[in-house]
Design a binder for this molecule. Structure first.
Ligand code: NAD
Length: 517
């Protein structure tokens, strides 16, 4: 196994490892090993072995859920500011281990060091946000129509939150959910992506140290179950999991929504995007260029907010396109651990095949690949799937453009009028992130207006990716409608009660109804 022993020691991962096999679950802080079929875990950087994992059997997952529920019954009565103190201590620990946690992201998901550290920073930021929030979980006081009555709202803990995550944000997405869940009074059972279980174990090691030392925190507040589709389904089915927060493909979201909806549970869905940027004739092309290259090629096109569609006013396309191609020519592609590299590998071979298929489909549908798209084998570690980010000229939203290919392919199309650009921008099934580059106030305001972008994120003179944690994050249509992270997303993790209090000696009924007995 090619995992640095120093890294294992620094993160305290040894307790989750037997030989080359990683734990299948962490329940009440204890590693659970299973002797089911072992599956290899490989780094996308060079296919080096990172050990093996074994899916948690159903009985183990059930136990994790039951123990989390027991934690809920205790944690819900701990005052919220005290719950915030736990999250504050977690934040301190994460600050101290930032580099090591980021190294695991790079090894497992192939992110360049700067982006991996940025992902851990998101965890630190959401800790700070959640600590402040722990003193602000407030409801309204509402006047009553009845004399000597008062109405109020309270927000109470909801119960166990089941978190299902994708491979491409193997730490931050859990943190967005878990840090809010903990201050809201909810335990978390996490099923990480089967492509990134080590990130989950590394996180658990850090979090469990804090929980174990914290007076009043049940050890089963944070549980991990390693598994694939079946484990995710089990979380979706369990009535002991009132909220399932699932991040991943539209296909996965549809399955989870149907299962959770079937038992009338709550789901929070963060699914695929198909993000567009409109570049108008007044845009500052220098700014636009930088935003385009980071959003389209960064993270090797494997962000839910990656820029996939560029909608350019026809009068500026001939100035802009050659500059993007020139910037792409000099993008350093290779081992994400090396400083200076900006584009790392795709996650695996199926992802590479999907990228190649999309390019072939684009050509068959009339598109023209004007730059890149090929596999890079020189100057990169052997066995990894490295590709040169592609630029494809298309005429409008071709069928291939309407679905998300999780790879660095930028489709470029032109428009004449802003109406046409808006129709292209909104004319796909997904609705996550969008942007306009313009120096005209009317265009900018129209883009963010009710008749503008139909996405959950609509930016002006900023790219589609790299959101801050302070805002609510998520999207509409097939992106699933969920909101995580900042603003009032915390309300997803709590249940609201409306309380009417009668402090008089009569019992008047609402709406003036008379029912005297
Ligand atoms: P994926 O859908 O293959 O897997 C995501 C997770 O869902 C994994 O943990 C997987 O085991 C689980 N899963 C799959 N099918 C399931 C089912 N039927 N029931 C329960 N669980 C199931 O996605 P991926 O390839 O890991 O990630 C890439 C996708 O995630 C892209 O579509 C990307 O846009 C999306 N994503 C969205 C956001 C967002 O916030 N909107 C963030 C990150 C990634």
């Amino acid at each position: 196994m090619k995992l640095d022993t120093q890294l294992i020691a620094a993160l305290g991962l040894g307790k989750y490892l037997q030989g080359e096999q990683w734990a299948s679950a962490i329940i009440n802080g204890e590693a659970v090993f299973d002797n089911g079929p072992a599956k290899p875990l490989r780094s996308p950087i060079d296919h080096a072995s990172l050990g093996q994992y074994v899916n948690a059997p159903a009985a183990i997952t059930e136990q994790a859920i039951k123990e989390a529920h027991a934690a809920f019954l205790k944690w819900r009565t701990v005052p919220a500011p005290r719950r915030g103190e736990l999250v504050r201590l977690i934040g301190e620990k994460v600050r101290a281990k930032k580099k090591e946690l980021a190294q695991v992201i790079t090894l497992e998901a192939g992110k360049i060091v700067a982006e991996a550290e940025g992902e851990v920073q998101e965890w630190i930021d959401i800790c700070d946000f959640a600590v402040g929030l722990s003193r602000q979980l407030h409801g309204l006081t509402i006047v009553s129509e009845r004399p000597e009555h008062r109405m109020m709202e309270q927000w109470h803990p909801l119960g166990t939150v089941g978190v299902i995550t994708a491979f491409n944000f193997p730490q931050a997405v859990w943190a967005w959910n878990a840090m809010l869940a903990f201050v809201c009074g909810d335990p978390v059972v996490w099923k990480p992506s089967e492509k990134a279980p080590l990130c989950a174990l590394a996180i658990q090691s850090v979090v469990d140290e804090v929980i174990a030392e914290f007076d009043g925190a049940p050890r089963s507040l944070s549980q991990i179950v390693i598994g694939e589709v079946e484990t995710g389904k089990q979380l979706a089915e369990s009535p002991l999991v009132p909220l399932v927060s699932a991040t991943g493909s539209v296909r996965m979201g549809k399955a989870v929504a149907a299962t959770v909806g079937g038992r009338l549970g709550r789901s929070l869905l963060e699914l695929g995007g198909n993000n567009a940027m409109i570049v108008t004739e007044t845009a500052n092309l220098e700014l636009a260029l930088r935003a385009i290259v980071f959003a389209a090629a960064g993270t090797a096109g494997q962000r839910c907010t990656t820029l996939r569609r560029l909608i350019v006013q026809e009068s500026v396309v001939d100035q802009l396109l050659p500059r993007i191609a020139k910037a792409y020519e000099t993008l350093p592609i290779g081992d994400p651990r090396e400083s200076g590299k900006l584009v790392g590998p795709l996650i695996d071979e199926p992802s590479f095949r999907a990228q190649q298929q999309a390019l072939a489909d684009a050509k068959a549908q009339g598109g023209e690949v004007v730059f890149g798209g090929e596999r890079v084998t020189a100057g990169v570690p052997a066995n990894g799937f490295y590709v040169r980010p592609a630029i494809v000229r298309v005429n409008g939203n071709l069928p291939v453009v309407c679905h998300e290919t999780f790879a660095p392919i930028l489709y470029v199309m032109t428009y004449k009028t802003l109406d046409e650009a808006m129709a292209l921008q909104n004319g796909v099934p997904q609705g996550l992130s969008s942007a306009i580059f313009t120096d005209r106030m009317q265009e900018a305001e129209r883009f963010v207006s009710p008749a503008g972008s139909d996405c959950g994120i609509a930016n002006v003179n900023i790219g589609t990716s790299g959101a801050e944690i302070g805002g609510a994050f998520g999207g509409e249509k097939e992106t699933g409608g969920g909101r995580e992270s900042g603003s009032d997303s915390w309300k997803n993790y709590m249940r609201r009660t409306t309380n009417t209090v009668n402090y008089g000696n009569a019992l008047p009924l609402a709406q003036g109804i008379k029912f005297d007995v």
